[in-house]
Design a protein around this ligand. Structure first.
Ligand SMILES: NC(=O)c1ccc[n+]([C@@H]2O[C@H](COP(=O)([O-])OP(=O)(O)OC[C@H]3O[C@@H](n4cnc5c(N)ncnc54)[C@H](OP(=O)(O)O)[C@@H]3O)[C@@H](O)[C@H]2O)c1
Length: 316
């Protein structure tokens, strides 16, 4: 039947889920329909999705029954948590459990769980190269997602484990864009030395997810990593200098300095960058550009992301 299969999208008003809803709506030839899930069905973002043609339903990740209702009748579900809203790993795990159980109740046929590596598999808590945080984690917003992987398998829901990565949109929205120093020169600051960072345009996460739903069953039970490019800080700074028409330097700091910046989550992100750096090979190998492009032929590399979004990078 034409337009018959519903994909229920958690985080539809956000970056990952919003990208998926837009990708589904932009592809009327596919037989998928988008059901956008939000806590605020009457909010502006929900309205915008409704106007584009999405069905909008309300559910809360803290309420399993509301999720089961939102997943009811859906073929697929995109499941994502927002760690940064609460910065509590146990809450992230509990929200993932609610999604897994709700998908089971609703008999969803294909779940995509947006996850990240459990960094403790490579840096056990006894490893002192980076501090242990909140007693149980090295990179809490990665490790909690890794902890949650098993919940989908235990619930018996057909799941694809989607390993996302650093959004370049962080240069626009997450305070990571070029900053003017006391000498009047601009720089981006990252504790990554000469290592390559696997990055992606956040809109491409949803587009890749749509590719996974379309390719279907072959991805069930699999882990698939995605990225748009693997580029060093120096390469990103050089590309920004060209795109923005002003010199942007790469300000290399140590992970320890980054952890000491003191903003909420600086220690988590400092550990994350250290992990990206010290496991550069493994991290990028888990995120094949070819596979990402086969899921999403429109995949942006860093230069094409910059060309599209450079005007949104704030002057600071
Ligand atoms: N920034 C990065 O570079 C990066 C890279 C990889 C992974 N991540 C991960 O991405 C996740 C965030 O995804 P995002 O960037 O797409 O988020 P986002 O743009 O900040 O939007 C958050 C979304 O989550 C929904 N949400 C949050 N709490 C909810 C709840 N209790 N019930 C229902 N919906 C809820 C929000 O919906 P409403 O507000 O409309 O209800 C909203 O749609 C984080 O866990 C982060 O660790 C980030």
């Amino acid at each position: 039947m034409y337009n018959s299969r519903i994909i229920a999208v958690v985080g539809a008003t956000g970056s990952q889920g919003g990208g998926l809803v837009r990708a589904i709506l932009a592809d009327p030839a596919s037989d998928f329909r988008a059901r956008a899930i939000t806590r605020k069905a009457n909010g502006e973002k929900a309205d915008a999705l409704r106007k584009l043609g999405a069905e909008v339903v309300e559910a809360d990740l803290d309420n399993e029954a509301s999720l089961a209702k939102a997943f009811d009748g859906a073929y697929g579900a995109y499941c994502v948590t927002n760690y940064w809203e609460h910065m509590t790993p146990a809450k992230e795990v509990s929200q993932a459990r609610n999604m897994a159980q709700a998908a089971k109740t609703a008999k969803v046929e294909h779940v995509i769980w947006s996850t990240l590596e459990d960094t403790r598999l490579r840096v056990p808590l006894t490893d002192s190269r980076m501090p242990t945080l909140m007693e149980k984690y090295k990179v809490p917003h990665f490790d909690a997602k890794g902890d949650a992987d098993v919940l989908f398998a235990e619930a018996g829901v057909p799941t694809t484990y989607l390993l996302t990565t650093f959004y370049w949109d962080n240069f626009v929205y997450f305070g990571m864009g070029p900053k003017k120093g006391p000498d009047g020169k601009y720089s981006i600051t990252m504790p990554m030395g000469n290592a390559r960072l696997s990055g992606i345009a956040s809109e491409d996460i949803g587009k890749c997810a749509l590719g996974i739903f379309k390719q279907g069953k072959q991805w069930i039970g699999k882990r698939v990593g995605i990225a748009g490019d693997h580029v060093t800080g120096a390469q990103m700074a050089a590309a920004m200098s060209k795109a923005l028409g002003k010199e942007v330097a790469y300000n290399v700091v140590t992970p320890e300095m980054f952890r000491g910046f003191g903003f909420p989550g600086a220690d988590d992100l400092g550990n994350m960058f250290q992990y990206y750096t010290e496991f550069e090979k493994e991290f990028s190998a888990a995120r094949s550009l070819d596979t990402s492009r086969s899921l999403n032929p429109e995949l942006l590399d860093f230069n094409s992301w910059l060309a599209k979004y450079k005007d949104r990078i704030p002057e600071a």
